[in-house]
Design a protein around this ligand. Structure first.
Ligand code: TRP
Length: 482
Protein backbone atom coordinates (compact mmCIF):
# COMPACT_ATOMS: atom_id res chain seq x y z
CA UNK A 1 0.00 0.00 0.00
CA UNK A 2 2.69 2.48 0.74
CA UNK A 3 5.53 0.92 -1.10
CA UNK A 4 6.59 4.15 -2.67
CA UNK A 5 6.22 6.54 0.20
CA UNK A 6 9.94 7.02 0.45
CA UNK A 7 9.69 9.54 -2.34
CA UNK A 8 10.34 13.09 -1.26
CA UNK A 9 7.11 14.44 -2.75
CA UNK A 10 4.88 12.75 -0.24
CA UNK A 11 6.59 14.05 2.82
CA UNK A 12 4.67 16.88 4.40
CA UNK A 13 7.46 19.39 4.46
CA UNK A 14 9.66 19.46 1.44
CA UNK A 15 12.58 21.16 3.11
CA UNK A 16 12.54 19.27 6.38
CA UNK A 17 14.84 16.58 7.63
CA UNK A 18 12.72 14.01 5.88
CA UNK A 19 13.98 14.93 2.48
CA UNK A 20 16.03 11.79 2.23
CA UNK A 21 16.34 11.52 -1.50
CA UNK A 22 19.15 9.02 -1.17
CA UNK A 23 16.69 6.42 0.08
CA UNK A 24 14.79 6.00 -3.15
CA UNK A 25 15.14 2.96 -5.29
CA UNK A 26 18.60 3.21 -6.70
CA UNK A 27 20.54 3.54 -3.46
CA UNK A 28 18.92 1.09 -1.22
CA UNK A 29 22.07 -0.32 0.22
CA UNK A 30 23.70 2.96 1.05
CA UNK A 31 20.50 4.13 2.63
CA UNK A 32 20.00 1.14 4.90
CA UNK A 33 23.60 1.64 5.82
CA UNK A 34 22.84 5.29 6.46
CA UNK A 35 20.08 4.30 8.85
CA UNK A 36 22.34 1.90 10.70
CA UNK A 37 24.98 4.61 10.97
CA UNK A 38 22.76 7.36 12.33
CA UNK A 39 20.89 4.95 14.60
CA UNK A 40 24.16 3.69 16.05
CA UNK A 41 25.16 7.32 16.40
CA UNK A 42 22.01 7.93 18.42
CA UNK A 43 22.34 4.79 20.51
CA UNK A 44 26.04 4.82 21.31
CA UNK A 45 26.96 7.63 23.61
CA UNK A 46 27.31 8.50 27.25
CA UNK A 47 24.73 5.83 28.00
CA UNK A 48 27.26 3.16 27.12
CA UNK A 49 30.51 4.57 28.39
CA UNK A 50 29.38 6.71 31.32
CA UNK A 51 25.99 5.51 32.52
CA UNK A 52 26.27 1.75 32.03
CA UNK A 53 29.44 1.32 34.12
CA UNK A 54 28.25 3.47 37.00
CA UNK A 55 24.84 1.80 37.11
CA UNK A 56 26.49 -1.62 36.98
CA UNK A 57 28.71 -0.52 39.86
CA UNK A 58 25.85 0.89 41.91
CA UNK A 59 23.73 -2.20 41.36
CA UNK A 60 26.31 -4.77 42.31
CA UNK A 61 27.75 -5.80 38.94
CA UNK A 62 27.09 -9.08 37.16
CA UNK A 63 23.43 -9.60 37.98
CA UNK A 64 22.63 -6.13 36.74
CA UNK A 65 24.67 -6.80 33.59
CA UNK A 66 22.87 -10.07 32.93
CA UNK A 67 19.40 -8.60 33.46
CA UNK A 68 20.36 -5.67 31.27
CA UNK A 69 21.35 -8.04 28.45
CA UNK A 70 18.17 -10.09 28.77
CA UNK A 71 15.93 -7.01 28.86
CA UNK A 72 17.80 -5.46 25.98
CA UNK A 73 17.15 -8.42 23.70
CA UNK A 74 13.69 -9.40 24.92
CA UNK A 75 12.13 -6.00 25.56
CA UNK A 76 14.12 -2.96 24.40
CA UNK A 77 14.95 -4.40 20.96
CA UNK A 78 11.28 -5.09 20.11
CA UNK A 79 10.44 -1.55 21.24
CA UNK A 80 13.19 -0.19 18.99
CA UNK A 81 11.77 -2.20 16.11
CA UNK A 82 8.32 -0.84 16.95
CA UNK A 83 9.51 2.77 16.94
CA UNK A 84 11.33 2.38 13.64
CA UNK A 85 8.33 0.61 12.13
CA UNK A 86 5.93 3.37 13.20
CA UNK A 87 8.39 5.95 11.91
CA UNK A 88 8.75 4.28 8.54
CA UNK A 89 4.99 4.12 8.07
CA UNK A 90 4.64 7.75 9.04
CA UNK A 91 7.53 9.72 7.59
CA UNK A 92 6.85 12.63 9.89
CA UNK A 93 7.90 13.69 13.35
CA UNK A 94 6.78 11.39 16.19
CA UNK A 95 3.68 13.35 17.31
CA UNK A 96 2.33 13.52 13.78
CA UNK A 97 3.31 9.94 12.97
CA UNK A 98 1.42 8.71 16.02
CA UNK A 99 -1.58 10.94 15.49
CA UNK A 100 -2.07 10.17 11.83
CA UNK A 101 -1.75 6.43 12.19
CA UNK A 102 -3.99 6.44 15.25
CA UNK A 103 -6.57 8.39 13.26
CA UNK A 104 -6.15 6.04 10.31
CA UNK A 105 -6.86 2.92 12.35
CA UNK A 106 -9.16 4.02 15.15
CA UNK A 107 -11.38 6.41 13.23
CA UNK A 108 -10.88 9.00 15.94
CA UNK A 109 -8.75 12.13 15.86
CA UNK A 110 -5.59 10.70 17.36
CA UNK A 111 -5.17 13.85 19.47
CA UNK A 112 -4.29 11.81 22.53
CA UNK A 113 -1.41 10.17 20.71
CA UNK A 114 -0.32 13.57 19.47
CA UNK A 115 -0.01 14.75 23.05
CA UNK A 116 1.87 11.57 24.00
CA UNK A 117 4.26 12.24 21.13
CA UNK A 118 4.88 15.75 22.38
CA UNK A 119 5.50 14.45 25.89
CA UNK A 120 8.16 12.20 24.37
CA UNK A 121 9.82 15.19 22.73
CA UNK A 122 9.75 17.09 26.01
CA UNK A 123 11.40 14.26 27.91
CA UNK A 124 14.02 14.11 25.17
CA UNK A 125 14.92 17.67 26.14
CA UNK A 126 14.99 16.58 29.78
CA UNK A 127 17.53 13.87 28.86
CA UNK A 128 19.43 16.50 26.95
CA UNK A 129 19.54 18.72 30.05
CA UNK A 130 21.86 16.39 31.97
CA UNK A 131 23.38 14.78 28.90
CA UNK A 132 24.77 18.15 27.87
CA UNK A 133 26.30 18.77 31.28
CA UNK A 134 28.08 15.41 31.42
CA UNK A 135 29.17 15.81 27.80
CA UNK A 136 30.68 19.08 28.92
CA UNK A 137 32.78 17.14 31.42
CA UNK A 138 34.22 15.02 28.62
CA UNK A 139 35.26 18.19 26.85
CA UNK A 140 36.77 19.55 30.04
CA UNK A 141 38.76 16.34 30.50
CA UNK A 142 39.96 16.42 26.94
CA UNK A 143 41.12 19.98 27.54
CA UNK A 144 42.86 18.97 30.75
CA UNK A 145 44.68 16.29 28.80
CA UNK A 146 45.80 18.78 26.17
CA UNK A 147 46.96 21.49 28.58
CA UNK A 148 48.27 19.49 31.56
CA UNK A 149 48.32 15.84 30.60
CA UNK A 150 47.12 13.08 32.89
CA UNK A 151 50.49 12.37 34.53
CA UNK A 152 49.44 13.63 37.96
CA UNK A 153 46.22 11.60 38.15
CA UNK A 154 46.57 9.16 40.99
CA UNK A 155 43.23 8.21 42.59
CA UNK A 156 43.32 11.11 45.05
CA UNK A 157 44.22 13.71 42.48
CA UNK A 158 41.58 12.29 40.17
CA UNK A 159 38.83 12.57 42.75
CA UNK A 160 39.95 16.10 43.58
CA UNK A 161 39.99 17.09 39.92
CA UNK A 162 36.41 15.96 39.36
CA UNK A 163 35.28 17.59 42.60
CA UNK A 164 36.84 20.89 41.52
CA UNK A 165 35.09 20.73 38.16
CA UNK A 166 31.76 19.90 39.78
CA UNK A 167 32.13 22.74 42.26
CA UNK A 168 32.59 25.37 39.57
CA UNK A 169 29.24 26.57 38.23
CA UNK A 170 30.78 28.85 35.57
CA UNK A 171 32.99 26.04 34.26
CA UNK A 172 30.08 23.58 34.18
CA UNK A 173 27.81 26.07 32.43
CA UNK A 174 30.48 27.03 29.92
CA UNK A 175 31.29 23.42 29.00
CA UNK A 176 27.60 22.53 28.78
CA UNK A 177 27.00 25.59 26.63
CA UNK A 178 29.88 24.70 24.36
CA UNK A 179 28.49 21.21 23.85
CA UNK A 180 25.01 22.51 23.06
CA UNK A 181 26.42 25.14 20.74
CA UNK A 182 28.43 22.61 18.75
CA UNK A 183 25.45 20.25 18.56
CA UNK A 184 22.99 22.88 17.39
CA UNK A 185 25.42 24.20 14.82
CA UNK A 186 25.46 20.77 13.24
CA UNK A 187 21.70 20.37 13.56
CA UNK A 188 20.91 23.84 12.23
CA UNK A 189 23.12 23.30 9.21
CA UNK A 190 21.18 20.13 8.63
CA UNK A 191 24.31 18.26 7.76
CA UNK A 192 22.97 14.77 8.16
CA UNK A 193 25.28 13.68 5.41
CA UNK A 194 28.17 15.11 7.34
CA UNK A 195 27.21 13.05 10.34
CA UNK A 196 26.91 9.90 8.30
CA UNK A 197 30.28 10.54 6.75
CA UNK A 198 31.80 11.24 10.15
CA UNK A 199 30.24 8.11 11.64
CA UNK A 200 31.92 6.00 9.00
CA UNK A 201 35.37 6.75 10.34
CA UNK A 202 34.46 7.60 13.93
CA UNK A 203 33.11 4.17 14.71
CA UNK A 204 36.18 2.17 13.71
CA UNK A 205 38.45 4.59 15.56
CA UNK A 206 36.26 4.48 18.64
CA UNK A 207 36.31 0.68 18.46
CA UNK A 208 40.10 0.57 18.26
CA UNK A 209 40.43 3.00 21.18
CA UNK A 210 38.04 0.99 23.32
CA UNK A 211 39.79 -2.28 22.55
CA UNK A 212 43.15 -0.71 23.32
CA UNK A 213 41.84 0.55 26.63
CA UNK A 214 40.34 -2.82 27.51
CA UNK A 215 43.61 -4.57 26.67
CA UNK A 216 45.54 -2.17 28.87
CA UNK A 217 43.06 -2.51 31.73
CA UNK A 218 42.96 -6.31 31.57
CA UNK A 219 46.75 -6.62 31.41
CA UNK A 220 47.66 -4.13 34.10
CA UNK A 221 44.52 -4.05 36.24
CA UNK A 222 42.71 -6.45 38.53
CA UNK A 223 41.23 -8.36 35.61
CA UNK A 224 40.19 -11.51 37.45
CA UNK A 225 38.21 -9.58 39.97
CA UNK A 226 36.69 -7.34 37.32
CA UNK A 227 35.62 -10.28 35.18
CA UNK A 228 33.90 -12.07 38.00
CA UNK A 229 32.37 -8.80 39.19
CA UNK A 230 30.89 -8.19 35.73
CA UNK A 231 30.02 -11.68 34.61
CA UNK A 232 29.44 -13.97 37.53
CA UNK A 233 26.02 -13.10 38.90
CA UNK A 234 25.15 -13.42 42.53
CA UNK A 235 21.47 -14.33 42.47
CA UNK A 236 21.00 -13.42 46.09
CA UNK A 237 21.29 -9.79 44.95
CA UNK A 238 18.16 -10.07 42.80
CA UNK A 239 15.80 -7.27 43.78
CA UNK A 240 13.11 -5.26 42.05
CA UNK A 241 15.17 -2.03 42.08
CA UNK A 242 18.12 -3.78 40.39
CA UNK A 243 15.84 -5.25 37.73
CA UNK A 244 14.10 -1.92 37.21
CA UNK A 245 17.43 -0.14 36.83
CA UNK A 246 18.53 -2.74 34.27
CA UNK A 247 15.32 -2.32 32.28
CA UNK A 248 15.55 1.47 32.34
CA UNK A 249 19.14 1.35 31.17
CA UNK A 250 18.22 -1.06 28.35
CA UNK A 251 15.73 1.55 27.09
CA UNK A 252 18.07 4.46 27.62
CA UNK A 253 20.98 2.90 25.80
CA UNK A 254 18.91 2.01 22.72
CA UNK A 255 17.34 5.50 22.79
CA UNK A 256 13.83 4.08 23.00
CA UNK A 257 10.77 4.91 25.04
CA UNK A 258 10.30 8.48 23.86
CA UNK A 259 9.55 7.87 20.20
CA UNK A 260 12.75 9.56 19.09
CA UNK A 261 13.87 6.66 16.92
CA UNK A 262 10.71 7.09 14.82
CA UNK A 263 12.46 10.04 13.28
CA UNK A 264 15.11 7.77 11.88
CA UNK A 265 12.66 5.11 10.75
CA UNK A 266 11.90 7.26 7.76
CA UNK A 267 15.49 6.68 6.71
CA UNK A 268 14.99 3.06 6.05
CA UNK A 269 13.89 2.12 2.53
CA UNK A 270 10.60 0.26 2.50
CA UNK A 271 12.00 -3.11 1.59
CA UNK A 272 14.96 -3.06 3.96
CA UNK A 273 14.69 -5.30 6.97
CA UNK A 274 13.89 -3.29 10.08
CA UNK A 275 14.68 -6.25 12.28
CA UNK A 276 18.12 -6.76 10.84
CA UNK A 277 18.98 -3.07 10.95
CA UNK A 278 17.82 -2.75 14.55
CA UNK A 279 19.64 -5.90 15.59
CA UNK A 280 22.86 -4.50 14.17
CA UNK A 281 22.32 -1.32 16.16
CA UNK A 282 21.61 -3.24 19.38
CA UNK A 283 24.63 -5.52 18.94
CA UNK A 284 27.02 -2.64 18.33
CA UNK A 285 25.58 -0.70 21.24
CA UNK A 286 25.96 -3.65 23.59
CA UNK A 287 29.53 -4.26 22.51
CA UNK A 288 30.48 -0.70 23.33
CA UNK A 289 28.86 -0.90 26.76
CA UNK A 290 30.57 -4.20 27.61
CA UNK A 291 33.91 -2.88 26.41
CA UNK A 292 33.46 0.18 28.60
CA UNK A 293 32.79 -2.06 31.59
CA UNK A 294 35.85 -4.17 30.79
CA UNK A 295 37.99 -1.06 30.51
CA UNK A 296 36.85 0.48 33.75
CA UNK A 297 36.44 -2.21 36.41
CA UNK A 298 39.96 -3.71 36.25
CA UNK A 299 41.26 -0.21 37.03
CA UNK A 300 38.61 0.41 39.69
CA UNK A 301 39.67 -2.70 41.60
CA UNK A 302 43.40 -2.33 41.01
CA UNK A 303 43.36 1.24 42.34
CA UNK A 304 41.01 0.63 45.22
CA UNK A 305 38.36 2.93 43.75
CA UNK A 306 34.70 2.55 44.67
CA UNK A 307 32.66 0.65 42.04
CA UNK A 308 29.52 2.22 43.47
CA UNK A 309 31.06 5.68 43.18
CA UNK A 310 28.16 6.98 41.11
CA UNK A 311 28.06 9.25 38.08
CA UNK A 312 31.68 10.33 38.45
CA UNK A 313 32.97 6.76 38.04
CA UNK A 314 34.56 6.91 34.60
CA UNK A 315 35.86 10.43 35.15
CA UNK A 316 37.74 9.33 38.24
CA UNK A 317 38.84 5.96 36.88
CA UNK A 318 39.96 6.51 33.32
CA UNK A 319 42.48 9.33 33.91
CA UNK A 320 44.22 7.07 36.44
CA UNK A 321 44.61 4.53 33.66
CA UNK A 322 45.84 7.20 31.25
CA UNK A 323 48.40 8.30 33.83
CA UNK A 324 49.85 4.81 33.96
CA UNK A 325 49.98 3.84 30.32
CA UNK A 326 52.71 4.75 27.85
CA UNK A 327 51.46 7.51 25.56
CA UNK A 328 48.58 7.95 27.98
CA UNK A 329 48.12 11.67 27.38
CA UNK A 330 47.56 11.29 23.68
CA UNK A 331 45.42 8.22 24.25
CA UNK A 332 43.35 9.97 26.90
CA UNK A 333 42.80 13.11 24.87
CA UNK A 334 41.73 11.05 21.87
CA UNK A 335 39.42 8.97 24.03
CA UNK A 336 37.61 11.93 25.57
CA UNK A 337 37.41 13.63 22.19
CA UNK A 338 35.68 10.59 20.76
CA UNK A 339 33.36 10.25 23.69
CA UNK A 340 32.44 13.88 23.12
CA UNK A 341 31.71 13.18 19.45
CA UNK A 342 29.68 10.09 20.34
CA UNK A 343 27.67 12.26 22.71
CA UNK A 344 27.07 14.82 19.96
CA UNK A 345 25.63 12.21 17.62
CA UNK A 346 23.23 11.12 20.38
CA UNK A 347 22.33 14.71 21.21
CA UNK A 348 21.47 15.35 17.58
CA UNK A 349 18.99 12.49 17.78
CA UNK A 350 17.43 14.06 20.86
CA UNK A 351 17.00 17.47 19.20
CA UNK A 352 16.04 16.38 15.72
CA UNK A 353 12.51 15.11 16.50
CA UNK A 354 11.68 18.35 18.34
CA UNK A 355 12.95 20.49 15.51
CA UNK A 356 11.20 18.35 12.91
CA UNK A 357 7.92 18.69 14.78
CA UNK A 358 8.30 22.46 15.11
CA UNK A 359 9.14 22.62 11.41
CA UNK A 360 5.97 20.77 10.52
CA UNK A 361 4.12 23.40 12.53
CA UNK A 362 5.64 26.12 10.41
CA UNK A 363 8.49 27.18 12.65
CA UNK A 364 11.72 27.78 10.81
CA UNK A 365 14.48 25.27 11.32
CA UNK A 366 16.81 27.81 12.83
CA UNK A 367 14.18 29.03 15.29
CA UNK A 368 13.21 25.51 16.23
CA UNK A 369 16.81 24.70 16.88
CA UNK A 370 17.18 27.71 19.14
CA UNK A 371 14.03 26.81 21.06
CA UNK A 372 15.19 23.23 21.63
CA UNK A 373 18.73 24.24 22.54
CA UNK A 374 17.67 27.09 24.78
CA UNK A 375 15.21 25.02 26.77
CA UNK A 376 17.65 22.16 27.28
CA UNK A 377 20.33 24.61 28.37
CA UNK A 378 17.97 26.17 30.91
CA UNK A 379 16.79 22.78 32.17
CA UNK A 380 20.44 21.80 32.45
CA UNK A 381 20.93 24.36 35.19
CA UNK A 382 19.17 21.94 37.53
CA UNK A 383 21.89 19.38 36.83
CA UNK A 384 24.69 21.93 37.08
CA UNK A 385 23.52 23.10 40.51
CA UNK A 386 22.99 19.53 41.70
CA UNK A 387 26.75 19.14 41.98
CA UNK A 388 27.28 22.19 44.14
CA UNK A 389 24.67 24.56 45.58
CA UNK A 390 21.83 22.03 45.45
CA UNK A 391 23.78 18.94 46.36
CA UNK A 392 21.97 18.68 49.69
CA UNK A 393 18.53 18.99 48.17
CA UNK A 394 16.91 15.57 48.02
CA UNK A 395 13.65 15.77 46.07
CA UNK A 396 12.95 12.04 46.37
CA UNK A 397 13.52 11.74 50.10
CA UNK A 398 9.81 10.95 50.55
CA UNK A 399 10.29 7.83 48.41
CA UNK A 400 12.26 5.98 51.04
CA UNK A 401 15.81 5.07 51.82
CA UNK A 402 16.66 3.99 48.31
CA UNK A 403 16.33 7.51 46.93
CA UNK A 404 17.12 9.41 50.08
CA UNK A 405 20.47 10.71 48.86
CA UNK A 406 19.39 11.52 45.31
CA UNK A 407 20.17 15.07 44.19
CA UNK A 408 17.84 16.80 41.71
CA UNK A 409 20.05 15.54 38.86
CA UNK A 410 19.84 11.97 40.12
CA UNK A 411 16.10 12.34 40.63
CA UNK A 412 15.82 13.21 36.94
CA UNK A 413 17.79 10.19 35.74
CA UNK A 414 16.03 7.87 38.19
CA UNK A 415 12.64 9.23 37.17
CA UNK A 416 13.44 8.63 33.53
CA UNK A 417 14.76 5.11 34.00
CA UNK A 418 12.16 3.95 36.49
CA UNK A 419 9.07 5.69 35.21
CA UNK A 420 9.17 7.73 32.02
CA UNK A 421 10.98 5.32 29.69
CA UNK A 422 9.04 2.20 30.83
CA UNK A 423 5.70 4.00 30.49
CA UNK A 424 6.75 5.32 27.08
CA UNK A 425 7.79 1.83 26.02
CA UNK A 426 4.43 0.45 27.16
CA UNK A 427 2.61 3.01 25.04
CA UNK A 428 4.77 2.21 22.02
CA UNK A 429 4.19 -1.51 22.51
CA UNK A 430 0.46 -0.83 22.70
CA UNK A 431 0.60 1.21 19.52
CA UNK A 432 2.57 -1.33 17.50
CA UNK A 433 0.94 -4.41 18.98
CA UNK A 434 -2.68 -3.43 19.42
CA UNK A 435 -3.47 -0.23 17.61
CA UNK A 436 -1.74 -1.05 14.33
CA UNK A 437 -3.56 -3.91 12.66
CA UNK A 438 -1.57 -7.04 11.95
CA UNK A 439 -1.38 -6.53 8.16
CA UNK A 440 0.25 -3.12 8.64
CA UNK A 441 2.90 -4.66 10.85
CA UNK A 442 3.43 -7.65 8.61
CA UNK A 443 3.82 -5.36 5.65
CA UNK A 444 6.56 -3.41 7.43
CA UNK A 445 8.34 -6.62 8.35
CA UNK A 446 7.93 -8.24 4.94
CA UNK A 447 11.69 -8.37 4.41
CA UNK A 448 11.93 -10.93 7.18
CA UNK A 449 10.58 -14.46 7.46
CA UNK A 450 6.95 -14.65 8.63
CA UNK A 451 7.95 -16.08 11.97
CA UNK A 452 9.98 -12.96 12.75
CA UNK A 453 6.84 -10.85 12.39
CA UNK A 454 4.95 -13.33 14.55
CA UNK A 455 7.64 -13.19 17.21
CA UNK A 456 7.62 -9.41 17.11
CA UNK A 457 3.83 -9.31 17.53
CA UNK A 458 4.09 -11.65 20.49
CA UNK A 459 6.73 -9.40 22.00
CA UNK A 460 4.85 -6.12 21.69
CA UNK A 461 1.44 -7.62 22.48
CA UNK A 462 2.39 -9.86 25.36
CA UNK A 463 5.75 -10.36 26.92
CA UNK A 464 7.15 -6.85 26.69
CA UNK A 465 4.07 -5.17 28.20
CA UNK A 466 3.74 -7.86 30.86
CA UNK A 467 7.42 -7.62 31.79
CA UNK A 468 7.47 -3.82 31.82
CA UNK A 469 4.12 -3.56 33.58
CA UNK A 470 5.04 -6.04 36.30
CA UNK A 471 8.32 -4.30 37.00
CA UNK A 472 6.67 -0.89 37.02
CA UNK A 473 4.05 -2.00 39.49
CA UNK A 474 6.45 -3.78 41.85
CA UNK A 475 8.94 -0.96 41.62
CA UNK A 476 6.45 1.82 42.26
CA UNK A 477 4.59 0.05 45.04
CA UNK A 478 7.99 -0.65 46.58
CA UNK A 479 8.74 3.06 46.46
CA UNK A 480 5.48 4.22 47.97
CA UNK A 481 5.64 1.48 50.60
CA UNK A 482 9.24 2.42 51.43
N1 TRP B 1 21.12 6.23 23.87
C1 TRP B 1 21.85 7.42 24.14
C2 TRP B 1 23.12 7.03 24.87
O1 TRP B 1 23.26 5.92 25.27
C3 TRP B 1 21.07 8.44 24.93
C4 TRP B 1 19.62 8.54 24.61
C5 TRP B 1 18.62 8.17 25.41
C6 TRP B 1 19.01 9.00 23.44
N2 TRP B 1 17.40 8.37 24.80
C7 TRP B 1 17.61 8.88 23.61
C8 TRP B 1 19.51 9.46 22.26
C9 TRP B 1 16.71 9.24 22.59
C10 TRP B 1 18.62 9.82 21.25
C11 TRP B 1 17.25 9.68 21.43
O2 TRP B 1 23.99 7.82 25.06
Amino acid sequence: MNNDHVSTDETPSGNGPYRHDESDGGHRFSSRFAFVLVAIGAAVGLGNVWKFPYLAGENGGALFVLLYLVFLVAIALPILIAEVLIGRRGHVSPPHALMRQAAEFTGRTGRGWYVIGIAGLFFGLVIMSFYSVVSGWTFDYMWTGVTQGFGAFDPDHSRGHLAALQASVPRLLAMQGLFILLTVTIVALGVRRGIEAAMRWMMPVMGVLMIGLVAYALITGASGRALSYLFSPDWSKLTVPVAAAALGQAFFTLSVGLGGMMTYGAYLPDRASIVRACTTVALTDTMVALLAGLAIFPIVFAEGLDPAGGPGLIFVTLPVAFAGMPGGDLFGVTFFAFLFLAAITSAIALYEPVIAWLEERGIRRLHGTLIAAGSSWLLGIVTVLSFNFWKDIHPLAWAGERFAAATPFMAITLGLDNLVLPVGALLIAWFAGRLLPEPAVVEQLSADPRRVARLFRLAVRWWAPIGIGALLVFNLTGITAG
